[in-house]
Ligand binder design. Structure first.
Ligand code: LAN
Length: 625
């Protein structure tokens, strides 16, 4: 393909959904996957017997109970030492009754928990008038697309036929006999370990009201809602070639079609693309939180290599990268887009591959940047035409929020207070799109880079950049930093915004830039490195790891370069730190995860340990960023 392909993993709550889906569909799991999942889960089990939400978190009831079920479904015996230890941890923590909601849902469709113990997930929400903030079309796509098939399965009260194995597992998940459980009491119950974003009173009241509705709901309305939901599922599946926006809605959609028509063509198409989400590594197999990270990784790798000046040596790799990026631009729109609440997608790039079909503002920006950087090399590969570049620019321009920032997939469609209804337990800020500092930076950088080519867009681009700069100024914190959302954390955010400000032409002596550079310098450690862990994102304050971290050190250097401090002592010492840590084969050791999602869940971008130190060293040698 020509892409840079790297591991992309980190979460520990997705394997059970995969294993459970194979079981529900009655599809045999590929043996290598089964063996790999077991090996990986074994390596990730904590000493206390539990599993974390992700590879850097303490034990969560949700992951412990559902990974336990996954191990059982894959053939591990209940008296296996690993599973005995797991039960010893999760039973006193409440077992299935205290798992967070996405875990309870999986247990329910497997027949290991009762619908009476779930809060309602009403398909009828889709029939609300569209102007209402609670209408699901206003939610963030990841939230919207997960609850879409969940509401269908809830509406059907779907439970997979029970087997002796499932019956046995059921009795292993609770301290009390299954028949004696008071399900209604478990509805709002979540273990403190799992409750990063606790249910608000508003949400509990909302759920209780929906419960009342559910008792007397009209079957006619339900049927209409189910048909609407199914139609949105169909369009998501077809317009993403059955890849879907993420792994969870992909497998849930597969189950929906199985319920509609077991063994039908759509189920087969889903199953055929399930392995795409699985990464096979030395430590076993894991479910990635995206089908691929190739556009993102490739765009970054290109920028690092081109800056290093070693373009002759890596001509072949760069040619492949150009071919790949050209081929991955999305060139069509979703049919009947408006009716399915889809924006224009033509001209954009997604995070992974084109067929997934969901452009992201910053992925579009980084892909355009990389392609522009490659142009002078005159590589023997196709590149995007002027018209297609303009489509990319227009897509970015159309994605800007009224506050001047850029969100991920769509402009913000709902009010912030919808967050009061966040039912996910372990994610914060999941309900609607927000403006993100980082997405804004990549978007602005692409606009600035391409401005001169498109006189017909000068006015629009200049206005857009000015609004973005105003947004960044408002978001700067008192200590001079910016808080990142998709990477760990203040280092990530500060680097991105400084790069964006430079692209926007804000001078180095601008007070915002000076304060940010001083912030970064103040956080440099005695060994010349920088350090942050995901606790920064979780606790929303700067938390350092025990040692300097290669990726944060690289970002801090890049930030300082973007602030005009190429010849500073801080940059010199930072680079010395990176050089000292480079291994003989040229690589850097992997350390703490550098990526995060929704403030709480670690996302492991493994390419970052090769891309960013090279980028930082290359840029500092040239005095750039
Ligand atoms: C991603 C991965 C890429 C990421 C960047 C492009 C890096 C970012 O700048 C914008 C947001 C985006 C596209 C993003 C959004 C949230 C995702 C999809 C993730 C962090 C990967 C996993 C996360 C998802 C919500 C995790 C929860 C799992 C589900 C199955 C819903």
């Amino acid at each position: 393909k020509g892409s840079f392909r790297a591991e992309y993993a980190g979460t520990l709550f997705l394997i059970p959904y995969y294993v459970g889906t194979y079981a529900i569909l009655g599809e045999p799991m590929p043996p290598a996957m089964r063996e790999g999942f077991i090996r990986y889960l074994t390596s990730q089990q904590h000493d206390d017997g539990g599993w974390g939400l992700d590879i850097e978190s303490k034990s969560y009831v949700v992951s412990s109970v559902t990974n336990y079920v996954a191990m059982r479904l894959m053939g591990v015996a209940a008296d296996d030492e690993r599973l005995v230890r797991a039960r010893r941890w999760f039973l006193p923590h409440g077992g299935g009754l205290a798992a967070s909601s996405w875990g309870k849902f999986l247990l329910t469709i497997l027949g290991l928990y009762e619908y009476d113990g779930l809060n309602p997930l009403l398909p009828e929400l889709w029939l609300l008038p569209e102007w209402m903030p609670l209408h699901p079309s206003r939610y963030w796509v990841h939230c919207r697309m997960v609850y879409l098939p969940m509401s269908y399965l809830y509406g059907k009260r779907f439970v997979t036929p029970q087997s002796p194995l499932l019956r046995a597992i059921r009795d292993e998940l609770y301290e009390q006999p299954y028949e004696q459980i008071d399900w209604k009491k478990a509805r709002h119950r979540v273990a403190p370990t799992d409750s990063y974003a606790p249910y608000t009173r508003t949400l509990r009241l909302g759920f209780d009201a929906m419960q009342v509705y559910e008792r007397g709901h009209s079957e006619k309305l339900r049927a209409k809602a189910m048909a609407t939901v199914l139609d949105h599922i169909r369009v998501e599946d077809e317009s993403s070639d059955f890849v879907c926006v993420g792994p969870l809605n992909k497998v849930l959609d597969a189950i929906v079609w199985h319920v509609e028509d077991p063994g039908c063509e759509r189920v087969k198409k889903h199953v055929a693309r399930m392995p795409e989400y699985v990464w096979f590594g030395d430590d076993g197999a894991k479910v990635k939180s995206y089908n691929s990270s190739e556009v993102w990784d490739t765009a970054f790798a290109v920028q690092a290599i081109v800056l290093s000046g070693q373009t002759a040596q890596y001509r072949e790799a760069l040619t492949g990268a150009q071919r790949f990026l050209e081929a991955e631009q999305i060139l069509d729109d979703v049919p009947d887009a408006k009716r399915h609440y889809r924006d224009v997608r033509r001209g954009g790039w997604g995070f992974g591959t084109r067929d997934q079909g969901w452009p992201v503002s910053d992925c579009t920006g980084e892909a355009l940047k990389a392609l522009v950087l490659l142009e002078p090399l005159k590589l023997p590969a196709k590149t995007v035409s002027r018209e297609r570049m303009l489509e990319g620019i227009d897509l970015i321009l159309a994605m800007q929020n009224p506050d001047g920032g850029f969100a991920t997939y769509e402009r913000t469609r709902g009010p912030k207070w919808l967050e009061l209804f966040n039912p996910s337990d372990f994610f914060a800020e999941i309900m609607v799109e927000y403006s993100y500092l980082e997405c804004t930076s990549s978007s602005v950088q692409a606009l600035a880079l391409l401005r001169d080519r498109f006189p017909e867009r000068h006015e629009a681009i200049d206005a857009s950049i000015a609004r973005a700069v105003a947004y960044w100024r408002r978001e700067q914190r008192a200590d001079g930093s910016w808080e990142g959302f998709w990477g760990v954390c203040f280092t990530y955010g500060t680097w991105f915004v400084l790069d964006g400000l430079r692209a926007a032409g804000v001078p180095f002596d601008d007070p915002a830039v000076v304060r940010a550079a001083e912030f970064l310098e103040s956080k440099q450690r005695p060994d010349g490195g920088w350090s942050e862990t995901i606790e920064s994102s979780r606790q929303r304050r700067y938390v350092e790891a025990e040692t300097s971290q290669t990726v944060q050190t690289s970002w801090a250097i890049l930030g300082l370069l973007a602030a005009g401090r190429a010849s500073s002592e801080a940059v010199r010492r930072g680079c010395a730190n990176l050089r000292a840590k480079q291994r003989d084969d040229g690589s850097w050791e992997k350390e703490h995860v550098a990526g995060v999602t929704n403030r709480n869940c670690a996302i492991d971008y493994v390419s970052y340990w090769s891309i960013f130190p090279v980028w930082a060293l290359a840029a500092s040698t040239r005095g750039e960023g």
